[in-house]
Ligand binder design. Structure first.
Ligand SMILES: Nc1nc2c(ncn2[C@@H]2O[C@H](COP(=O)(O)OP(=O)(O)OP(=O)(O)O)[C@@H](O)[C@H]2O)c(=O)[nH]1
Ligand SMILES: [Mg+2]
Length: 286
């Protein structure tokens, strides 16, 4: 699954897998990692890979990491799902198409957010226009938000995929571990609660994750770049940090199917996002 930031890639992977697994938000650049979501039925197994948004011309240590994740996602793909917003085609979409064409896998163009298109007849001229941009194996309108078109997309993907033995056990949702997922869900709640600037300057590291009987104990540190950002993340009277913890805990309990006990800290690491060594410590570039 590739496309420019904010087109709905992570929302769509969640919808296709049938479980909230990938983090989503209305801010661009939410996803920083390629995350596989495994969908197993009686007769098939499809591994959808969520990736960060493609941003042409952005040069930053963090975006270098994200580009590597996109390449890793594309490298093993049998089918590329190129996601764009219905009725929109901007230069970043063209760049995403360029990346999709770098391999030999068939490309399916997925037009998302069709719930916003009224009347639906407006889609037809758009489909005719974008069809000329590449030899797509199919063009499928969907709404990742309400599920429209998802069965059609799944059918087409199944038709295009080669046959092979299942790669994963049938109850497995992803090969990312629980520690990673916990850090990501905390980051999602922070992105959703904070203003425009801070989300790009924070990272979450889970230092402790232990499960005793039906309860997991999680210790997480939120790294920011300045004391000012730290104060914002904590919020007045600790309100933001508390709400972040509660909401992340609720989602993780649903995902893991057990109770969670979570403790969070906020620490300052100056310019971590400019410094490859700090980034490595925080799990980037591995
Ligand atoms: N109306 C509408 N909104 C959608 C749909 N799919 C996703 N969104 C919204 O679009 C925003 C971005 O969704 P994400 O899934 O985080 O987008 P993304 O492409 O993964 O973004 P990055 O990870 O930043 O590249 C969120 O606010 C979603 O709720 C859709 O089908 N319809
Ligand atoms: Mg995403």
């Amino acid at each position: 699954m590739i496309g420019r930031p904010n087109v709905g890639k992570s929302t769509l992977v969640n919808q296709l897998v049938g479980q909230k697994l990938c983090i989503t938000s209305r801010r661009p650049q939410t996803t920083r990692w390629a995350v596989p979501g495994i969908r197993t039925s009686d007769t098939s197994q499809i591994i959808y890979v969520d990736t960060p948004g493609i941003q042409p011309g952005v040069e930053h240590v963090l975006s270098r990491h994200m580009n590597r994740e996109i390449d890793a996602g594309l490298a093993g793909a049998d089918v590329v799902l190129l996601l764009v917003e219905a009725l929109k085609w901007v230069p970043a979409d063209q760049a995403a198409l360029g990346a999709a064409r770098s391999g030999s896998a068939p490309i399916v163009l997925v037009l998302n957010k069709t719930d916003r298109v009224k009347p639906k007849s407006r889609l037809l001229p758009f489909v005719a226009e974008v069809a000329g941009r590449a030899a797509f194996a199919g063009i499928v309108p969907v709404s990742a938000r309400n599920g429209d078109g998802i069965p059609d997309l799944e059918r087409l993907v199944l038709r295009l995929l080669p046959e092979s033995p299942a790669a994963y056990p049938d109850d497995m949702l992803t090969d990312r571990n629980e520690k990673f997922l916990a850090a990501e869900f905390i980051r999602e709640k922070l992105i959703r609660k904070l203003g425009a600037e801070v989300p790009y300057r924070l990272a979450v590291a889970v230092e402790k994750f232990s499960t005793v009987r039906d309860m997991s104990h999680i210790h997480a540190t939120i790294w920011v770049e300045s004391e000012g950002q730290k104060a914002i993340v904590i919020g007045a009277g600790g309100g933001i940090l508390k709400a972040v913890g509660q909401e992340a805990r609720r989602d993780l309990e649903q995902l893991f199917g057990r109770r969670i006990n979570m403790k969070t800290w906020v620490r300052v690491k100056r310019r971590w996002s400019q410094d490859p060594r700090s980034m490595r410590v925080l799990g980037y570039f591995q």
